[in-house]
Design a protein around this ligand. Structure first.
Ligand code: ASP
Length: 176
C-alpha cells in the first residue's frame, strides 16, 4: 500500500532546491536550504565471507537539532542493533519514532523468533503505524540483514534508497 503523499524530498529534488544564499562552511559551490525538512542518517550493514555481521551508522543526519538532543543513531537498539547469530538492522529518519519503538532491536528480535528480514521490517512498519499518528513529513527507513545473507529494506514512505553490493549485485534500490 502506498502511504500519503511525501513531503520528504528525494536526493534529486533536493539538489534542485538549493538556496544560493545559504552557503556551507567551505563556501564552495555546495549549498543547502535548511528550511526544507532534511535528515537522513547513513546506516550500513555488512557481512563477510565467514558470516560475521557488522553494522554502523552516522551520528544523525538531522540538521539544526535542539541543543542536547540525542537522536536514535548513537543508541544501540534504536538506530542500530546487531546480533552475531540472529541478524542486524539499522534505521534512519525521525529518531523520535525510532526511539519510541526500540525499532532495530525489535527487528532483530523478530528475526530471532524466526521471521525473515522482510517480515520483520514489515512488522516494524506496522508497529510505527500502531504507535504513532504518522504525519506526512514523518519518515523512517530500515535495512535488515541475516548472517545467511538474506536482507530487506522498508520505509514508511518513498524517498530512501539502499546501495547493495555483493558478488552478483552493485545497485541502488528504491525503498518501497
Ligand atoms: N535518525 C536521525 C535522528 O533523528 C535523523 C536522520 O536519520 O536523519 O537523529
Amino acid at each position: 500500500e502506498e502511504g500519503p503523499e511525501s513531503r520528504v524530498q528525494s536526493p534529486e529534488s533536493r539538489s534542485k532546491t538549493q538556496d544560493p544564499g545559504l552557503k556551507t562552511q567551505d563556501s564552495g559551490p555546495r549549498t543547502q536550504d535548511f528550511r526544507e525538512p532534511h535528515h537522513d542518517t547513513v546506516g550500513v550493514l555488512a557481512l563477510d565471507a565467514a558470516g560475521t555481521l557488522a553494522g554502523g551508522c552516522s551520528t544523525s543526519g538531522f540538521p539544526l537539532k535542539l541543543p542536547g538532543r540525542v537522536g536514535d543513531s548513537p543508541i544501540i537498539g534504536h538506530g542500530l542493533y546487531a546480533h552475531p547469530q540472529h541478524g542486524a538492522a539499522v534505521a534512519t529518519g525521525n529518531g523520535e519514532l525510532v526511539m519510541g519503538t526500540c525499532l532495530t532491536f525489535l527487528a532483530v528480535e523478530l528475526m530471532r523468533q524466526g521471521r525473515k528480514p522482510n517480515e520483520a521490517l514489515h512488522a516494524c512498519m506496522q508497529r510505527l503505524e500502531e504507535s504513532f499518528r504518522l504525519e506526512e513529513h514523518h519518515q523512517v527507513g530500515m535495512i535488515a540483514l541475516t548472517p545467511q545473507g538474506d536482507w530487506a529494506q522498508a520505509s514508511v514512505r518513498e524517498g530512501y534508497r539502499t546501495a547493495v553490493r555483493h558478488a552478483a549485485c552493485d545497485d541502488l534500490i528504491d525503498a518501497r
